[in-house]
Design a binder for this molecule. Structure first.
Ligand SMILES: Nc1nc(=O)c2c([nH]1)NC[C@@H]1CN(c3ccc(C(=O)N[C@@H](CCC(=O)O)C(=O)O)cc3)CN21
Ligand SMILES: O=c1ccn([C@H]2C[C@H](O)[C@@H](COP(=O)(O)O)O2)c(=O)[nH]1
Length: 309
């Protein structure tokens, strides 16, 4: 694969992240947002990261728990919307939104630990409150179409890549027009809401669409997990990894992340670690963190950032 000389094509997640942070800090405009925190944002931001050398795009400029990010995507790809499998793995990144909805609707004011304990202890409680439905899981694996048919869009995507690799219709989409006004249980419609796959000369590339990207927290997770998806789709369809293209609408740094992001810019860009299958998955229903190794990740210091809920 030739790296064409566009300024937005990079060989590592760090270079793409450095460019993104620097562009938003320097060119962004300050504006308000749903959470009341305030952001500095650009509208329309693109990066391409080359994974053809067998790398996983993990930001080292701030230590990133890429295992959690990939576990989160595997959870979504399993078709689940339930917090239970995440909490059981010690991953707490989704709890705040169902908790907020619970406290708002019931008038209670319980904390995260108590909420998670109840979700784990009581299946009925978990089904009613411990869910991020209708987002991600069901839409990926059992999307109810307007005619009532239920479509497993990721299986369909894999089948279509195998049988019709030159297609220009290799699209997945989690978005529904009603999300503009009806926001579902957690009030958060999907941020990574779709994308496209392209296979050219045996190299598989993905273009990921993000309607909204929290550069401090969400961006490194989204890039690492869709880097994994690229390796996964390539493995399932007998192709080689190509480019991860990330196409963002509102790309923002929360005002209370600006110091942390300024520190990121002072650090050095490193090469991405290698992604190595220990056991190639044979189906979407057979995914695990134990299937692969990530070799050569050398993170720089962890930067603690508050999450805007
Ligand atoms: N404001 C906001 N930013 C997001 O990135 C985000 C949301 N909301 N809502 C839904 C999901 C949840 N995601 C999240 C939420 C929290 C972290 C986070 O706090 N990450 C810490 C580590 C926290 C931990 O390990 O428990 C980090 O420093 O990366 C990351 C992604 C991504 N999404
Ligand atoms: O995968 C994700 C999920 C969420 N985010 C961020 C982007 C925004 O900062 C918030 C969502 O708020 P909206 O008002 O719904 O845009 O979460 C992310 O970066 N990646």
């Amino acid at each position: 694969m030739m790296i064409h000389n566009f300024p937005t094509a990079f060989t590592s997640a760090d270079e793409a992240y450095h460019y993104t942070v620097s562009r938003v800090l320097n060119l962004g405009q300050d504006r308000g947002d749903r959470t009341g925190t305030g952001t500095r944002a650009v509208f329309g931001h693109n990066v391409e990261i080359d994974l053809s050398g067998g790398t996983l795009p993990v930001v080292s400029l701030k230590k990133t728990r890429y295992q959690d990010a990939i576990a989160e995507l595997i959870w979504m790809l399993s078709g689940s919307n339930s917090l239970v499998p995440l909490i059981e793995q010690g991953i707490h990144i989704w709890t705040d939104w169902p908790l907020k909805a619970y406290n708002l609707e019931t008038g209670e004011n319980i904390g995260r630990d108590e909420f998670e304990a109840r979700v784990l202890a009581d299946p009925e409680f978990a089904e009613k409150w411990g869910t991020i439905a209708p987002c991600y899981g069901t839409e990926m694996r059992s999307f109810e179409s307007s005619g009532g048919a239920v479509i497993d869009q990721f299986q369909q995507l894999v089948d279509e890549i195998k049988s019709n690799g030159e297609s220009r219709r290799l699209i997945w989409s989690l978005w529904r027009p009603e999300f503009v006004t009806v926001k579902g249980g957690t009030g958060l419609p999907p941020c990574h809401f779709g994308g496209a796959v392209n296979v050219t000369n045996g190299e598989l590339s993905i273009k990921l669409r993000l309607r909204s990207s929290d550069v401090g927290l969400g961006w490194p997770y989204n890039v690492a997990q869709y880097g994994y998806l690229l390796h996964l789709l390539a493995a399932l369809t007998d192709n080689k990894p190509g480019m991860l293209v990330v196409d963002i609408d509102d790309c923002h740094i929360y005002q209370n992340h600006i110091d942390g992001m300024t520190e990121v810019l002072e650090r050095e860009c490193r090469t991405d670690p290698k992604f190595i299958w220990k056991r190639k998955p044979t189906s979407l229903d057979d995914l695990s963190l134990d299937d692969f190794e990530v070799v050569g990740y050398e993170p720089q210091g962890f930067i603690k950032l508050p999450v805007a809920v």
